[in-house]
Design a protein around this ligand. Structure first.
Ligand SMILES: Cc1cc2nc3c(=O)[nH]c(=O)nc-3n(C[C@H](O)[C@H](O)[C@H](O)COP(=O)(O)O)c2cc1C
Length: 443
């Protein structure tokens, strides 16, 4: 039996000025953070100094624009793969997880870019495979309407199949680059994909050798039944929003329970719920800190964010002091988040403005506002009771919020033996405790 203690994983979910919708107005936050490489270099070093498993960068391929968007800092930011490529040069160990959509992309491009990132970072790349939860993306890709929920997932499944097939184009030892014999690669060690499917026709091979991790880590974040099914088949890591220990345990049991049907072990997929963390020396100080951000939220801005998180609805015509209106099941957005937020409004009897303010920080992710010990208690409880293998950490503002977690919460977790004090491995798979996949065509 292994004597190595089980450690939790931690992801640093980076978002320009921070996750709080009003963070950019805070005096300690650079308002231009979304396009400031020095800012991101600093964040990467802070997260790596605290031994986080990975940096995570979300994305959408459409700019938020309009009257309300002009009062948030969500309209201009780096493209994740180029950003993480730059950050790979100033870091050594931390994983680099970028978001790329399967709805408005081609699998060859995605396979190639993540394989390239895996090579240039020495095996630290991860792909957050999403189906695009921003309806506006459609308008940038030759369509008048977003692709429907079910169709997005059908395409995503085939997309993933093609990407993985391309990553397995070459045997690990295909490229001998032997100057004496003049053999650059062994012709018997390459395989054409020749994929002919409903959505894609791709010959291959990929023009990048098999990568240090064999395949970059695949992350997913869909929590609807279709999302869970795709994750059980294909994901290495799942991000999710869960509001309570009981809900997180139910999600964990459901998803881990689906793995057997695909011949997978429970350990082959790591579940990392999002946690929105605000740290203070005392509970009161943490609450004050959070209140400082909440005061900066304009009600219309909170409600606009809410409409987006509920699945791309315009709520501007509804009274701010009225209840959340009955909305149809979203076809363009996140169904699981829509359910989570509707339940929250009912449970706490929140009007529209209150619900908008409530999600202005963590957008529905579980909030932990308190001392390092209080926060560590909760993370420990989830980790030790089959609710999480780790956490994707959201902070209200950057860089301060991440510095607080790195210098106060992480040491507390380390003292309790719940988190690493140094990196043992080199690759993201090593950090996550995931094995390197064999190439099934050459083993
Ligand atoms: C933590 C987290 C991060 C996500 N990041 C993105 C993102 O960057 N871009 C995107 O289009 N969708 C993102 N999503 C949405 C999911 O990938 C997925 O497409 C969506 O949740 C569909 O959800 P459903 O299966 O619950 O309907 C994210 C979801 C979660 C929980």
């Amino acid at each position: 039996m292994s004597t190595t203690p089980r450690h939790m994983s931690l992801g640093a979910f980076l978002m320009a000025t921070g996750h709080h919708v009003a963070a950019w107005r805070h005096p300690d936050v650079p308002a231009n953070a979304g396009l400031d490489i020095q800012h991101y270099r600093h964040l990467a070093r802070v997260a790596e100094g605290a031994c986080f498993d990975a940096l995570f960068v979300a994305d959408s391929v459409a700019a938020a624009e309009g009257e309300i968007a002009s009062r948030m800092a969500r309209s201009d930011h780096f493209e994740p793969l180029t950003l993480l490529s730059a950050l790979s040069g100033v870091t050594e160990r931390i994983g680099l997880v970028a978001t790329a959509t399967t709805t408005y992309n081609e699998p060859y491009h995605v396979a190639r870019k993540f394989a390239s990132l895996d090579h240039l970072s020495g095996g630290r790349a991860g792909w957050n495979l999403v189906t695009s939860d921003a309806a506006a993306e459609a308008l940038n890709f030759g369509r008048d309407e977003h692709v429907g929920h079910a169709d997005r997932y059908v395409r995503a499944r085939e997309f993933h199949q093609v990407v993985v097939g391309l990553w397995d184009s070459w045997a690990d030892d295909a490229f001998v680059r032997d100057k004496n014999s003049g053999t650059y690669y062994k012709p018997e060690k390459v395989r054409l994909l020749n994929h002919h499917g409903e959505h894609f026709k791709v010959r291959g091979p990929l023009n990048v050798a098999r990568t240090p991790q064999g395949r970059p880590v695949v992350v997913q974040a869909g929590s609807s039944p279709a999302g869970l099914d795709l994750a059980a088949r294909t994901a290495d890591v799942v991000f999710t929003a869960q509001t309570s220990l009981a809900a997180a345990q139910a999600f964990y049991a459901d998803l881990k329970g689906r793995l057997g049907a695909y011949g997978r072990s429970r350990d082959s997929l790591k579940i990392m719920p999002g946690v929105f963390i605000v740290v203070g020396e005392s509970q009161a100080e943490a609450e004050d800190k959070f209140a400082g951000f909440q005061e900066l939220v304009e009600p219309e801005v909170g409600v606009a964010l809410l409409g987006r998180m509920l699945g791309n609805f315009d709520l501007s015509g509804y009274p701010l002091d009225g209840p959340l209106p009955d909305l149809p099941l979203t076809d363009s957005g996140q169904r699981s988040r829509q359910q989570l937020l509707s339940d929250l409004a009912k449970r706490e009897n929140l009007n529209l403005a209150q619900l908008g303010r409530r999600i202005a920080g963590g957008r529905g992710h579980h909030s932990l506002i308190g001392t390092p010990a209080q926060i560590a208690d909760q993370l420990q409880e989830w980790f030790e009771n089959d609710a999480a293998d780790g956490f994707n950490v959201l902070v209200p503002h950057l860089p301060g919020g991440l510095e607080d977690v790195a210098s106060h919460v992480v040491p507390e977790l380390q003292r309790r033996g719940l988190f690493r004090t140094h990196y043992e491995g080199r690759t993201l798979r090593d950090h996550l405790g995931l094995s390197r996949p064999n190439n099934p065509f050459f083993s």
